[in-house]
Design a protein. Structure first.
Length: 334
């Protein structure tokens, strides 16, 4: 019996596999015409994301197919495997525009809620859990589904961009050296990231495996476009950059995505972030990029939104983060 009940007649669900990546990427492309997320992922991106060591795809993904095997919807429930304030599990997926309004999304979301609760109970039963999902303004039906399933709006994130035809001047910060990323400092940067984001909403402690899986182990990571700020020879700040080939093909513009930007608390207030970002923008412009992009929590406690606006970034889209709370799993309730 399928663990995704409630599907329309003629559709069935099965475990998602890496062989579905091509069809899933085609579905995302069709959906982008109506969802307007500004994101572009190809089969290689999905294969990398779903094939990570931390993802158990047969258990963590579901595909909805027609009788002749055509993919019309997919969903994943991916355990972040790190926690501070709560254990967060990412609920992701899409339904083909031609199949929306038929109950496919509702059935997949119900599966995600069940699977997320299982992951929470298995991995971090001692603390609160949060199932999280991202919704863009055009995705009104997805927002309604989430609300009916008990999700609530948790946060807003701005997607910001700026052209690279006129980058800011890289200004010296006394006692700070700006240098390119080098692999011998990768773990030092991981530890600096953990320290820099201790008080940030939704942040997670990253061990070596999670750090490589989600960040510097990505094929999109560009060490040559990333910048480190060193104080007394140690990492005090960093800007890690990524270039996504699928996005370049879709938009015609090579874009540096500034994925992680951080400064250790003791080094803040000296202009370290501004200098490191300016250096990363300069490296991107010299490296053939025409645009820079980043995402920021609109309620970021360090004033990051205003900083990014000062260095020329402007908001292009606002993403809503929805979340469903899961209580800790007590010994008696397990």
């Amino acid at each position: 019996m399928s663990d995704v009940p409630g599907l329309p007649d003629g559709l069935t669900a099965r475990p998602l596999t890496l062989d579905d990546a091509d069809a899933a990427a085609e579905l995302l492309e069709a959906a982008e015409a109506v969802d307007d997320t500004g994101e572009h992922e190809d089969a290689d991106d999905l294969t990398e994301w779903w094939g990570r060591e931390l993802v158990d795809l047969p258990h963590d993904g579901r595909a909805v197919v027609t009788a002749d095997g055509r993919l019309v919807g997919w969903a994943t429930s991916i355990d972040n495997r790190g926690a501070r304030d709560a254990h967060r599990i990412w609920s992701e997926g899409r339904v083909h525009p031609g199949r929306r309004g038929q109950g496919v999304g509702r059935a997949l979301l119900a599966w995600q809620v069940r699977r997320g609760a299982e992951q929470h109970a298995a991995h971090r039963p001692d603390m609160p859990g949060r199932l999280v999902a991202a919704v863009y303004p055009a995705m009104t039906s997805a927002a309604r589904l989430l609300e009916r399933a008990g999700f609530e709006v948790e946060r807003y994130y701005n997607a910001m961009e700026r052209p690279l035809d006129d980058v800011p001047t890289v200004r010296a910060v006394p006692g700070v050296d700006l240098v390119p990323f080098t692999w011998d400092r990768d773990d030092e940067i991981r530890r600096a990231h953990n320290a820099a984001f201790t008080a940030h909403h939704g942040s997670s402690e990253r061990d070596e495996l999670a750090w490589r899986s989600w960040f510097t182990g990505q094929k999109a990571f560009r060490p040559e476009l990333s910048v480190l700020a060193l104080a007394d020879g140690a990492v005090a700040g960093y800007v890690l950059a990524y270039v996504y080939d699928a996005d370049t093909r879709a938009t015609g513009v090579r874009t540096t995505q500034l994925g992680q930007i951080g400064v250790l608390p003791a080094a803040r207030g000296r202009g370290v972030a501004t200098a490191a970002i300016a250096a990363a923008l300069d490296a991107a412009a010299r490296g053939g990029c025409g645009r820079a992009a980043l995402d920021v929590d609109t309620e970021n406690s360090t004033g990051a939104l205003a900083l990014y606006e000062r260095v020329g970034f402007r908001t292009t889209r606002v993403r809503t983060a929805w979340a469903k709370a899961l209580p800790p799993v007590t010994a008696a309730g397990r």
